[in-house]
Write a protein that binds this ligand. Structure first.
Ligand code: A3P
Ligand code: MG
Ligand code: MG
Length: 383
């Protein structure tokens, strides 16, 4: 129940933060952007899939291919059959398994020292912080053998909020996944033009690509470099266009958004584009397909954006954003962490799998990075 006191296990998982030891102030948006650090084009080092049983396997079984949309698809279809993955603490274990598997295969691009490792969502939060007007976040940071590892930290309240969505919010979330079902197919398209899915089960509407199971994900792990820091970033890729080549240049990000009816809506959408941009850019995803939907979940139009062209669309507008500020801030933050989070030795650290109770880092110090909008970040060592 909700009002039971935390068990000792839960207490152990949420150690009391010590007072901050280091702070990095919020970047000023009024100052001219400092000369931006270079961001290297991401290249894929490995891919993997999560099965319906949420087993990680080094296959492309969960890979989906872009399909053409039928006219005006209804996103509420099969809501009651949604296989929903419960929200658990986001752990880095799957990404670490992928990285060590790539290393074991002697992947040449991993010969040079990696500086930081994290899921794409975590790096998107870091990079978009200069423009974040509302939501704060907490991250756990470890430095092992000179490599920074990031994990988002959700406290009990945030975790509960993610699991107990209001019915309306839950449905809106489902719309995003239903759009993915209509837009993707299990099979590659043999011609240049994707086809509309052929329904597989009786009662399915035209173009339905199969019932939604959010356990299933296809993930790509890329290496890239920001300033002087080599990054390894993992994240889900919604689908690829045509056939799969192990390169990122056919990756497609799918998004839904409310139909734009006026200047206010347009401004909101253009602000939101920063998240679409960063999320895609970090994994090297060149194309974003947005489906505009009514409040009741009918897609009325779609629009394709080239990721690299998004900044120009908003440049100079009052509500605009400049990715160069994001990269300058991200680089500054990475340098700040390199300076202030001491490195531990990997000896004695054992990652025993995805069961969070079994994961132990006996030698490594865990640090907590806390971001507040308008203020900046604070860093403290955890108890
Ligand atoms: P939309 O993005 O179309 O709304 P992603 O876009 O990252 O591939 O995620 C797929 C879907 O997961 C989203 O579809 C949305 O429904 C849900 N989702 C992702 N991140 C979310 C978040 N922070 N809060 C609520 N829902 C989220
Ligand atoms: Mg996705
Ligand atoms: Mg998506």
């Amino acid at each position: 129940g909700d009002d039971t006191p935390p068990t000792s296990k839960q207490r152990r998982r949420s150690p009391t933060p010590l007072p901050p030891v280091h702070a990095l102030p919020y970047p000023s948006l009024s100052a001219a952007p400092t000369s931006p650090p270079a961001f290297q084009q991401p290249t894929q080092i490995i891919s993997f899939s999560y099965t319906p049983a949420r087993k990680l396997e080094f296959t492309n079984s969960a890979l989906r291919f872009l399909a053409a949309l039928p006219p005006r698809p209804q996103l509420s279809y099969a809501y009651e059959r949604w296989q929903r993955r419960p929200e658990t603490r986001p752990r880095i274990d799957g990404l670490l398994r992928a990285l060590s598997t790539a290393r074991a295969k002697n992947h040449p691009s991993l010969a040079n020292g990696v500086g930081a490792v994290g899921w794409r969502g975590v790096l998107t939060r870091i990079m978009t912080a200069p423009y974040e007007e509302r939501d704060g976040w907490d991250m756990n940071v470890m430095c092992v053998d000179g490599v920074l590892y990031f994990e988002e930290h959700l406290d009990e309240a945030k975790l509960r909020a993610k699991n107990d969505l209001a019915p309306r919010q839950r449905l809106n979330t489902y719309y995003g996944y239903a759009f993915e079902s209509y837009c993707t197919s299990e099979k590659p398209s043999t011609s240049n033009v994707p086809c509309v899915n052929v329904p597989q089960a009786p009662g399915d509407p035209p173009g339905w690509g199969g019932d939604v199971d959010t356990n299933v994900q296809w993930c790509s792990v890329v290496r890239t470099k920001l300033g002087d820091t080599r990054l390894v970033i993992g994240g889900e890729v919604d689908c690829v266009r045509g056939t799969y080549t192990s390169k990122t240049d056919t990756f497609v990000e799918l998004k839904t958004s409310l139909v734009i009816r006026g200047a206010q809506d347009e401004m909101r959408f253009e602000k939101k584009l920063l998240k679409f941009y960063m999320q895609s850019f970090l994994l090297g995803v060149p194309e974003i397909l947005v489906g505009f939907r009514t409040p009741s979940g009918e897609i009325t139009t779609t629009q394709t954006f080239k990721t690299v062209e998004l900044p120009r669309l908003v440049r100079g507008k009052a509500h605009g954003w400049d990715p160069r500020r994001c990269f300058a801030w991200g680089n500054e933050l990475l340098e700040f962490l390199k300076k202030n989070v001491p490195s531990s030795s990997a000896v004695g650290i054992e990652l025993q799998g995805e069961d969070e109770d079994k994961t132990r880092h006996p030698n490594a110090q865990v640090w907590r990075l806390t971001f507040s909008s308008g203020v900046g970040v604070e860093l403290r060592q955890l108890d």
